[in-house]
Write a new protein. Structure first.
Length: 142
């Protein structure tokens, strides 16, 4: 990593920290953030193996378009809580759903399960799309 890249990454991390602190009243751990703040979080963690994006929507919703690198864990699946509990608790997660309802409930659940860093894109894909941010569609061809 060259000096310019390092400085840009450090500034992005600092900006995310400031934005998240401002939105949360200075608390750390589990936070609600906007779609725009989510892009800053994603960009500042692009090379971080301990960062994951989780889409909580149904497969049908997911197939309409999702945030790049997101992993689908369907909120309505009967083994949803088991899948959550199987995730590494000390990674950093960005979670989202359609409008923020399912991810808001999941944020509380993950906090109870002992997750250390979870950020909820509180306005979900509705906010993401309203901000005209890019989505990815899966290749559904056999």
């Amino acid at each position: 990593m060259n000096k310019t890249s390092f400085i840009k990454r450090a500034l992005s991390v600092l900006l995310v920290s400031v934005l998240i602190s401002a939105c949360s009243g200075g608390e750390s751990g589990t936070e609600n953030i906007s779609a725009i703040e989510s892009t800053t979080l994603i960009n500042s963690n692009e090379d971080n193996p301990d960062f994951a994006i989780i889409d909580l929507r149904t497969p049908e919703e997911f197939n309409q378009g999702y945030v790049q690198n997101a992993v689908l864990i369907d909120y309505y699946e009967k083994d949803f809580v088991i899948k959550l509990n199987d995730l590494t608790k000390n990674k950093t997660y960005l979670i989202y759903c359609h409008s923020g309802v399912r991810s808001g409930k999941t944020l509380k659940r993950m906090k109870k399960l002992g997750f250390e860093q979870v950020y909820n894109m509180a306005d979900g894909m509705v906010g993401w799309n309203a901000a005209q941010l890019p989505t990815v569609k899966p290749n559904l061809e056999p």
